[in-house]
Design a protein around this ligand. Structure first.
Ligand code: FE2
Length: 355
């Protein structure tokens, strides 16, 4: 009789996996400098409007300062996502960074492998990201002591903020959103670098809001253009207050166009997301709920304009937050550390599409 599954000796690779998982849960974080920091006394004033010229407007469309003979690019899907090797972001000139902004707008999501970014130190990391706009200081999430520009994403057996945020009774942890879309000038070219990742799982889902817009009928597109929606930071602030964590700036509610135009490519994109968009301005409650439910369903079901970003040591993910929505996947056991940092340069006041 052949042995049952439980009789079989574990394969060598599963022993290695278990050891690696154990090591991750018992050791200290590899990058303790970036452990999430919460200072209840840290306060920020309300944001002020600023002039923004997108770096992508200065870029050479051929991108000679970004892509060289040593560069390999592989599109993950036709609509969104390109994986890039043979480029070191830290070595790019100003022209190269401009071209990166344009490329991110064109492809929506860029996944750079084998980067030294995580080891550059905070000042250089911030300097590079600042090329794309003033860096948002998150009003509630963990940051780094002395460096409020860093938004820390951290999960280990004792810290599972994603699970707490979505509540105990949800079927899935999927929550599509565009980062901090409640800001008057929401983020553009956004950087996310991984410090520690599980051996599998913990990917980020991304979708193209430009393709989501294109899929709609011309008549429906026309109906959406000119509409505005309210994006709210209130729930996020309330969640933080309940946990005894900081609310560094009073939460804002901001109206943005439902369809926005990218300042560099002129591409139109939906600008609604389940995370922060609450209602359509000027609609009765039921009308607003009906339309937003349709749009949220439309983007979340569009597997043919979605991709997954996977993480390896040294991966830096760059996306254009104006043209995308994303969601964490909480698909790994709660015994593994995942540690990453976001730098979130803010961009222009969203440009409305006109019918
Ligand atoms: Fe996010």
């Amino acid at each position: 009789m052949s042995p049952s599954v439980s009789d079989k000796p574990p394969a060598e690779d599963s022993i290695a996996n278990a050891k690696a998982a154990l090591k991750q849960t018992t050791d200290e974080p590899s990058y303790p400098f970036y452990y999430p920091y919460h200072d209840l006394n840290e306060k920020f004033p309300p944001t002020e409007l600023f002039e923004h010229t997108d770096p992508g407007t200065r870029a050479d469309p051929a991108k000679p300062h970004l892509l060289s003979a040593n560069t390999t690019t592989k599109d993950i899907s036709p609509y969104i996502g390109t994986e890039i090797t043979g480029v070191q972001i830290s070595e790019l000139t100003k022209e190269g960074l401009d071209e990166l902004a344009l490329y991110a707008a064109e492809r929506k999501l860029l996944i750079f492998r084998d980067q030294d970014f995580k080891d550059l130190g905070p000042d250089r990391q911030i300097e590079l990201a600042r090329h794309f706009g003033p860096i948002q200081r998150h009003p509630t999430s963990g940051n780094v002591k002395g460096y409020p520009e860093f938004h820390v994403v951290y999960r280990d057996p004792n810290n599972d903020i994603l699970k707490q945020y979505r509540g105990p009774n949800r079927l899935s942890g999927t929550q599509w959103h565009s980062d901090v879309s409640y800001e008057k000038q929401p983020p553009g070219t956004t950087f996310f670098f991984i410090l520690e990742q599980p051996q599998s799982g913990g990917d980020t889902l991304f979708l193209s809001q430009a393709e989501a817009y294109k899929r709609l009928s011309p008549e429906f597109q026309k109906r959406l253009e000119g509409l505005r929606a309210v994006h709210s930071a209130v729930a996020q602030a309330e969640f933080s207050r309940k946990r005894g964590e900081p609310v560094r700036r009073e939460p804002v509610e901001t109206e943005h166009p439902v369809v926005r135009v990218h300042p560099v490519t002129g591409e139109k994109a939906l600008y609604i997301n389940q995370g922060f968009t609450r209602r359509i301005v000027g609609f009765k409650d039921e009308e607003s709920e009906y339309l937003l439910k349709f749009l949220f369903d439309h983007i979340s079901k569009g597997a043919d304009f979605q991709v997954r970003a996977t993480y390896q040591p040294g991966t830096v993910v760059v996306w254009d937050n104006r043209l995308t929505a994303h969601s964490a996947t909480v698909d790994f056991e709660n015994v593994i550390r995942r540690h990453a940092v976001r730098l979130t340069p803010q961009a222009e006041v969203p440009i409305p599409a006109t019918a």
